[in-house]
Design a protein around this ligand. Structure first.
Ligand code: ADP
Ligand code: MG
Length: 695
């Protein structure tokens, strides 16, 4: 039979049902899947070296023996760091992994196993080591001198050489290659190889280009990466085009209320707040739905900007909703709104999980009959019973929780309402271009005046008494403090100081200080009470778990002490730190580390000491953890990349995005003959809905 791209791997000569099934179980069904099963690395056999001769930045292949594999716990999560120690006659070296390359990877490395380690030598704290090298068993029939060998992720018992043989035979047997999906002009403009050539070169690399392969810089790799990004970006571009076709409430008025709001504030809006609000206002006036992401570092004053938008909507007679990720935050927004918006006549509602049935019923009635202008709440807002009279604006104050698809949940509660999304912490540019790639982006790049930078120090547990002493001095000056612990009675096994017992100890040790305790297992009413006491300064030190992570705002608090800081993720640390430095007082953040701190934990706390720039921290965090972990969930669109890497391939992403938007600009309906393939691919990947924007 004639083999084509969509032929089952099973029908390949020398495969058959049994082997075919092995591939199947890895999600590889067709020859297309097989060709897109890209080598995870390439091994340059000529680069063989011994350990003693290694220098930083060398890309090498060494033959070595496994000494030991260590796994080290990281953070509060179940994540582990792995350290594979290998040696040869000349010395030994550590191979460190902050992520598990694939399931079962480390189980293969028993002591005394002979392995080949391929990777780039890194210098860390004056020592050389490997980060994420490829380690594989030495194969008996290895005689590929002078060659560049593709290394595949092993498929149960199928060695890398065997996989390459199959791919080779598939290339030889295939008779029908489909047309190139990318239009010619695009290939020319961005100097892209044909897909067929690129695929071939992925699997049969030219040894002369070993160094380029290792850096993912060959033309073949670039073509594949470009294409992966391009399809995502084209989809996002078509979504964006789709938004512009929908009608939405035209929100436009003289802005009397806004003027009154500005007058009532005890401070001036920052230039950045004005700039961003102007962008929002222009969107609201356009008559098609706004989909805008407002980014700004912790404390930059995003909430107020969203309030202004809600106020502006109200003056035109539209309702708004504001959805927050936690109850504490929703309540805080509500209290804030009562202070800032209620005096201007905005009728407010608060809907959270614990809202009593009777209250809830009344609230929902008022909402439906248009007696509420702004409803603030949690996920409770998206439930079916929540019906608006005329929702004009949906504000989502989020915490990396909603992806492209989830975002639409509120949409049907109005007639194409406007969307304003605020991120709790900055997100790296690459993610903004992918996960949020169909949104317009505004950045509040200026902090309210009078904020002095937060001084951050990471210390070991032994220095704790000094840290406490320092805290006492600040309390005497009338300040307040946070004391954060990673867990509440969640695990007896791990030696973590938990908030409850530490709270008791601290209170005993310092009877003159008023401590309060806040954790996730308390009843909502108790939590509220504690939070309010802290706000009213009846509590001086708030001992808590990470429930205070997002958005809590008490300007008089100027000290943040984080216990077991090494167990927190970077964006979490940054969020926590953002709870202080909100008033006129100089603020401090003390990160206390346990002695079992991992390398990665140390790097995180060092980063915190070095910078308070949320964007820099986010970039670093993304680099360390990879996009899936960074976003908290496996986001659609991100999980789909087979070769592309958001950190490494930023420049290509930028080009692919430009290209995608350019295509739709030139040919909004994708009706040119040359662009036919694009339309088909969109339809194939995302279904008919994807064509809404271009139909
Ligand atoms: P975030 O961007 O982290 O959500 P918030 O909206 O919570 O920040 O604002 C942080 C604090 O700054 C709040 O106390 C808010 O009242 C205050 N604030 C907002 N805008 C200004 C401003 N222009 N000048 C001074 N303080 C401001
Ligand atoms: Mg906020």
């Amino acid at each position: 039979m004639a083999l084509r791209l969509d032929t089952q791997i099973m029908y390949l000569k020398g495969v058959g049902p049994k082997l075919g099934d092995l591939f199947n179980r890895k999600g590889l069904k067709t020859l297309r899947d097989l060709f897109e099963f890209y080598p995870r690395a390439y091994e340059d056999q000529r680069a063989a070296r011994n350990i003693a001769s290694l220098k930083p930045d060398d890309i090498v292949s060494i033959k070595a023996t496994v000494v030991a594999v260590h796994s080290i716990n990281m953070g509060r999560s179940t994540r582990k760091m792995y350290d594979v120690v290998v040696k040869d006659a000349s010395g030994q070296i550590h191979c460190k992994y902050f992520r598990v390359p694939y399931k079962g990877y480390f189980e293969r490395f028993k002591p005394f196993t002979e392995v080949r380690v391929v990777g780039k030598v890194t210098e860390y704290r004056g020592r050389i080591e490997f980060h994420h090298p490829d380690i594989r068993d030495i194969e008996p029939d290895e005689e590929t001198q002078d060659a560049l060998i593709p290394l595949y992720t092993e498929i149960e018992g199928l060695a890398t050489a065997k996989i390459q043989k199959l791919v080779r035979s598939a290339f030889a047997q295939i008779e029908e290659w489909p047309e190139e999906a990318l239009p010619k002009w695009l290939l020319q403009k961005y100097e892209l190889k044909s897909r067929k050539d690129a695929l071939k070169e992925m699997h049969f690399p030219d040894p002369a280009k070993a160094a380029e392969y290792a850096e993912f810089k060959t033309a073949a790799q670039r073509r594949i990466i470009f294409e992966e990004f391009f399809w995502l970006e084209l989809w996002l571009a078509s979504r964006k085009a789709g938004f512009q076709k929908e009608g939405a409430p035209k929100i436009e008025n003289a802005g009397h209320k806004l003027a009154a709001l500005e007058k009532s504030l005890p401070y001036q809006l920052t230039g950045a707040q004005k700039k961003v609000f102007a962008q929002i206002k222009a969107d609201l006036e356009k008559g098609h739905p706004m989909h805008r992401l407002v980014q700004g570092d912790v404390g930059s004053g995003k909430t107020l900007v969203s309030f202004m938008a809600a106020l502006y909507a109200m003056e035109s007679g539209f309702q708004s909703c504001l959805m927050a990720p936690t109850e504490i935050l929703a309540e805080q927004h509500f209290k804030n709104a009562q202070k800032v918006l209620a005096p201007l006549g905005v009728r407010l509602g608060l809907l959270v999980g614990k809202t009593k049935a009777s209250e809830r019923k009344e609230l929902l009635f008022e909402l439906q009959s248009g007696e509420i202008d702004l409803i603030i709440g949690t996920h409770a807002l998206i439930e079916d019973e929540v019906v608006f009279s005329n929702l004009g604006l949906a504000i989502i104050d989020e915490q990396h929780r909603f992806g492209v698809e989830q975002r639409g949940v509120l949409k049907n509660k109005g007639k194409s309402p406007h969307f304003l999304i605020m991120t709790a912490t900055p997100i790296p540019r690459t993610l903004a271009m992918t996960v949020y790639g169909d949104l317009d982006v505004s950045i509040i790049d200026e902090m309210p005046p009078g904020r002095s930078p937060i001084q951050t120090r990471a210390i070991f547990d032994s220095k704790r008494p000094q840290a406490l002493q320092f805290m006492l001095e600040q309390l005497q000056k009338g300040r307040q403090a946070y004391f954060v612990y990673p867990l509440v009675e969640e695990s007896e096994k791990i030696d973590l100081k938990n908030a409850v017992s530490e709270f008791e100890k601290l209170q005993q040790q310092f009877p003159q200080v008023k401590f309060g305790l806040l954790h996730g297992k308390m009843k909502p009413a108790e939590k509220d009470e504690v939070m309010n006491q802290f706000r009213r300064h009846e509590i001086q030190v708030l001992v808590s778990t990470t429930v205070i992570e997002v958005g809590v705002d008490v300007p008089n608090a100027n000290i943040m002490i984080i216990e077991h800081a090494e167990r927190f993720g970077l964006s979490q640390l940054h969020q926590l730190r953002g709870r202080v430095g909100r008033g006129e007082h100089k603020s401090f953040c003390i990160l206390i580390m346990g002695y079992a701190v991992s390398e990665e934990g140390k790097q995180r706390t060092e980063m915190m000491e070095k910078t308070s720039d949320g964007f820099k921290i986010a970039e670093f965090d993304l680099e360390m953890r990879g996009p899936g972990e960074f976003m908290g969930t496996r986001q659609s669109g991100l999980a789909g990349f087979k070769l592309a890497n958001l950190v490494r391939d930023m420049a290509i992403l930028q080009q692919a995005r430009e290209a995608a938007f350019e295509v739709l600009k030139k040919d909004p309906k994708l009706s040119f003959q040359d662009n036919k393939g694009l339309r088909e691919e969109l339809l194939r990947e995302h279904g008919p809905a994807a064509l809404a924007g271009i139909a």
